[in-house]
Design a protein. Structure first.
Length: 568
């Protein structure tokens, strides 16, 4: 399905999918794609479907519609196009013309014994070894064309590695500036990025080449950049190489140079896929003494300008990718929050309805002075209070990372407490709950409260599943100490309807429950998290109409075992 993904603006991170013949875009609430942007008209534009093509048409908006920076009245969209309406920038993605199924049929991964495959690996190379291909050879003249070309390739290769190794923009920019100072004889440099909200350049990185000082280090000189140069670079999207000496009519006598020396500078735009995200500026100075002794030798050349433009483009792509990724994460986070609120609100509403019903019975029993009705109402209220308590504990356990509060404990006793707690619940559902503790069970180190909660969730689910079958319903709970393997196991086996194969992959996904309104979808994810924190896991075996078998497995740690063993 085609979509518009907002990469800049008030709706950043939102994705709008559409497949209707006509889709309106604007600020009005009736628009299928509604943008919360005051620069967008109420009925700004529309997207029309024509065969397999989608066409963006402006509806006489105040600020116009733009595709890839060009104002349009009507324009067919292609995947990757940049659509700007007001202050909102969006990325258009078209559906693939070739489906995954078509690709699967056209590409095959053959095993060695199939199709007479006799392929053999004859050579391999690591990334580090590959980077050495760009190093200068000892017999190569340093000022030769090949030496310069290979050096530039090495710069770009290391730049590409730098931008691929981090999603932190500040760290990325420091790496880029470090690479520039390695290959360019610059004295000072800075990188400025365009603030997405104010559209103004803001300094992010500054660097000055360190020079050993015999005495106290002087304060760093403030970098002053001509606004004329910055405006030229940003508006024309061109890099510039400047020298104050060329603008000095007194260059020949060198009067002014004797006072201030010569300063050369390079300023290049950081142009990405969609826009200019910032600039890179470096400069260097030649002292009056150097000019007098050696004459003026230009330090920055056109090759440096070209190289810096290429580096700036790589950095801009990385900045855009990082912002795009951040927007995606924000969108997923908001979607997860919305899903969480919806699920929990629905479940809490059901619990509150139960409490309200029980309270009504209590009130009626008190009015009629009928203790039996009061007891019945209180039983309902108490049951729903327990549900609230269980829900809150599951939410706390699932929402934050915690280190298990390990203590010497008896696994048999912990599981026995769970079984005793669930006997009444199992009886209400006509489920036979059996308990077989391991005969030889020593004291081991684990978090008894956390393991109690993990086992409780699994046993509760097993009872619910067994309660759905017709005929005898049964849940068997047992423990096991596999001494040779160094493992403790709690096994919960039910004869319920089993788990459908297509549901196995989402079994431990939060907020996905097979119980409908009766479940929160947190029980199994919480149990899995607790076992993982103990260095263990939950294994599931299930088949339709044959029940399910859950095995909670964790390392058997004896009380005198040190921390090193816990990590094994």
């Amino acid at each position: 399905m085609p979509s518009l993904f907002v990469i800049r603006g008030n709706d950043q991170g939102s994705r709008f999918e559409f497949d209707e013949p006509l889709t309106r875009v604007g600020r009005d609430a009736s628009s299928a794609i509604r943008l919360h942007d005051t620069e967008v008209s109420r009925h700004h534009a529309e997207i029309r479907r024509s065969d397999n093509t989608y066409v963006l048409a402006d509806l006489g908006s105040s600020n116009g519609s733009y595709v890839n920076g060009q104002r349009i009245e009507s324009h067919p969209l292609s995947s990757g196009d940049q659509v700007q309406l007001g202050g909102t920038l969006m990325l258009y993605t078209a559906p693939s013309e070739e489906s995954a199924e078509d690709l699967a049929q056209s590409i095959d991964i053959a095993l060695p014994q199939q199709s007479g495959d006799r392929s053999q690996i004859i050579h391999s190379i690591t990334q580090e070894a590959g980077s050495r291909a760009f190093e200068l050879g000892a017999a190569l003249a340093q000022n030769s064309w090949l030496a310069r070309a290979r050096s530039n390739l090495q710069v770009m290769y290391r730049t590409a590695l730098a931008v691929s190794h981090t999603l932190d923009i500040d760290q990325l920019l420091h790496r880029i500036m470090g690479l520039i100072f390695e290959w360019v004889e610059a004295d000072r440099g800075c990188i400025m990025l365009v603030d997405p909200d104010t559209k103004k350049l803001e300094p992010k990185v500054r660097r000055t080449r360190r020079v050993a000082q015999p005495a106290k280090k002087p304060a760093e000189e403030k970098i002053t950049i001509s606004k004329t140069i910055l405006d030229y670079v940003m508006e024309r999207n061109e890099g510039v190489l400047t020298s104050d000496a060329r603008q000095d009519d007194r260059w020949d006598p060198a009067a002014s140079i004797l006072q201030a020396g010569i300063r050369e500078a390079i300023c290049v735009p950081m142009r990405g896929r969609y826009d200019v995200v910032g600039v890179i500026y470096i400069d260097t100075s030649t002292s009056p003494q150097e000019v007098i002794q050696h004459g003026h030798v230009t330090k920055f050349k056109e090759d440096h300008l070209k190289l810096l433009i290429a580096i700036a483009h790589q950095a801009a792509l990385a900045v855009e990718d990082t912002r795009y990724y951040s927007a995606m994460v924000q969108a997923e986070r908001l979607a997860a929050v919305g899903q969480t609120i919806t699920t929990l609100s629905h479940h809490i509403k059901n619990i509150l309805q139960g409490i309200r019903g029980g309270s009504y019975l209590i009130e009626m029993g008190l009015s009629d002075e009928d203790p039996s009705v009061v007891r019945k109402g209180w039983k309902i209220v108490e049951k729903n209070q327990n549900k609230i308590s269980a829900l809150v504990m599951d939410m706390l356990t699932f929402s934050k990372e915690r280190e298990p509060d390990r203590a010497p404990s008896d696994l048999n006793q912990v599981v026995s407490d769970v079984v005793e707690l669930m006997l009444a619940y199992a009886a209400d559902l006509n489920v036979e709950l059996t308990w077989r503790p391991a005969a030889a069970m020593e004291t081991f180190v684990f978090d008894p409260e956390a393991i109690h909660r993990a086992v409780l969730n699994v046993v509760s689910n097993a009872i619910d599943a067994a309660g759905e079958v017709e005929g005898p319903a049964r849940v068997d709970v047992s423990t096991e100490w596999a001494e040779r393997e160094g493992l403790l196991r709690v096994i919960v086996h039910d004869n319920g309807p089993g788990i459908p194969p297509d549901a196995m992959d989402s079994l431990f996904s939060p907020f996905i429950s097979s119980k409908g309104a009766r479940g929160t979808g947190l029980g199994l994810p919480v149990s899995q998290k607790i076992l993982t924190e103990h260095g263990g896991r939950i294994k599931v075996e299930s088949a339709p109409d044959r029940g399910s078998r859950f095995t909670l497995e964790m390392p058997a740690v004896v009380p005198d075992t040190g921390p090193e063993t816990l990590l094994k």
